[in-house]
Design a protein around this ligand. Structure first.
Ligand code: PEP
Ligand code: MN
Length: 365
């Protein structure tokens, strides 16, 4: 199992509470940054965020105020006592951020996809004592995310954290970036000591959904949140639809329900254990049913091979899907979930049938 040498920096800043990083998507003016900083401080944030070099998808949009923003961050820190954080995408950004006493550097999603870029940043960080947060890469690739963290850690950075900001997808969906919660959960399993922070702003792309995603993250035992906050969100120069006011931030932070780690009531513990036992039994049956289904698939493949008919039969697949939808209709099971599940089953069934065809063809030769 891979290990990261990490340090408990988060507890020093946030104690046992969720770490809150807040501030505008982009620093726009000195006044905007300082007023927003005072607002997020008041709302309970620990760290001020502001992008000054903005990775825009297409050129021609506002690309950040550049290094002058570092001055404003310094002033915001003097005024509020907040720690400051900025996105760095190359060694020059790293050097400027260090020279200007930025406390926390984060690496954006478009940078963490590229091991060359990450290695250059890691080299620039050698011998530096800063907190570094690595956002997930835009594509849902856990190994790439882990690799970026490992490169930074190998450069000697032990105050490390990961930010989950969701993944690009072509799917039509309510999110700007699909959360795919299993990926950050897998990261936490691989690196249990690594602080994990959720960024509901870039996941939702929509200020109306920030609370729900934040609450989900906290339920899943994330250690903190990075929330884009602006004194005047509607008129923000970037990511206007997803930013919230400091007042809304305060409201969200106060409404978050922090789950307890363990239940203590003995009756409740007993019921929990009983239900878990039943689930274990059902899981056994589920695997048995899948096994039996695969056996039938193999038999079917044998028949198809004999007559040399094609493995994929569109009408049959649509028929299976429709029956599955009907079977689940009155049970309150999410239709999308059933469809997804059947897509996976069908994909596996095609794979098995190809295997059977290959085996039979080999025997014939
Ligand atoms: C940001 O935090 O403003 C940002 C650009 O985010 P991401 O790298 O997640 O797109
Ligand atoms: Mn943004």
């Amino acid at each position: 199992m891979p290990v990261l040498k990490t340090n408990d920096w988060l507890k020093d800043i946030a104690g046992n509470k969720a770490l809150i990083i807040a501030g505008p998507c982009s620093a726009e003016t000195e006044d905007q940054l300082i007023e927003t900083a005072m607002g997020v401080k008041q709302a309970g944030a620990h760290i001020l965020r502001a992008g000054i070099w903005k990775p825009r998808t297409r050129p021609g949009n506002f690309e950040g105020v550049g290094a002058i923003g570092l001055d404003w961050l310094k002033k915001a820190k003097e005024k509020t006592g907040l720690l400051t954080s900025v996105e760095v995408a190359n060694p020059i950004h790293v050097q400027l951020a260090i020279e200007n006493d930025v406390d926390i550097l984060w690496i954006g999603a478009r940078t963490s996809v590229n091991p060359f870029a990450i290695q250059e940043i890691a080299d620039a960080l050698k011998g530096v004592d800063k907190i570094v947060l690595v956002k997930n890469p835009v594509n849902p690739d856990l190994a790439l995310w882990m690799g970026a963290l490992e490169r930074i850690n190998k450069a000697g950075i032990d105050k490390l954290g990961a930010i989950h900001r969701g993944f690009s997808s072509f799917k039509k969906m309510k999110y700007r970036n699909e959360p795919l919660w299993q990926i950050p959960i897998d990261l936490k399993t691989q690196f249990p000591e690594l602080p994990l922070i959720n960024d509901p702003s870039h996941i939702t792309g929509n200020r109306e959904m920030i609370f729900d995603v934040s609450q989900t993250a906290i339920q899943l035992k994330f250690d903190g949140l990075m929330i884009e906050t602006h004194r005047d969100p509607e008129n923000a120069w970037s990511d206007a639809a997803q930013q919230i006011t400091p007042d809304t931030l305060k409201n969200i932070v106060n409404r978050l329900e922090i789950p307890k780690d363990k239940a203590f009531d003995p009756a409740l513990l007993k019921s929990l254990a009983d239900l878990r036992e039943e689930i274990d039994e059902l899981d056994k049956e589920l695997v048995e049913i899948i096994y039996q289904r695969e056996e039938k698939t193999r038999e079917i493949a044998g028949l198809k091979w004999k007559e040399n008919i094609s493995i994929y039969q569109k009408e049959r697949w649509l028929d299976i899907l429709n029956k599955a939808r009907k079977n689940s209709l009155n049970k309150g099971i999410d239709r999308k979930f059933i469809e997804q599940l059947y897509r996976i089953l069908h994909q596996e069934s095609l794979k098995i049938q190809h295997q059977v065809f290959n085996e039979e063809n080999k025997k014939k030769r």
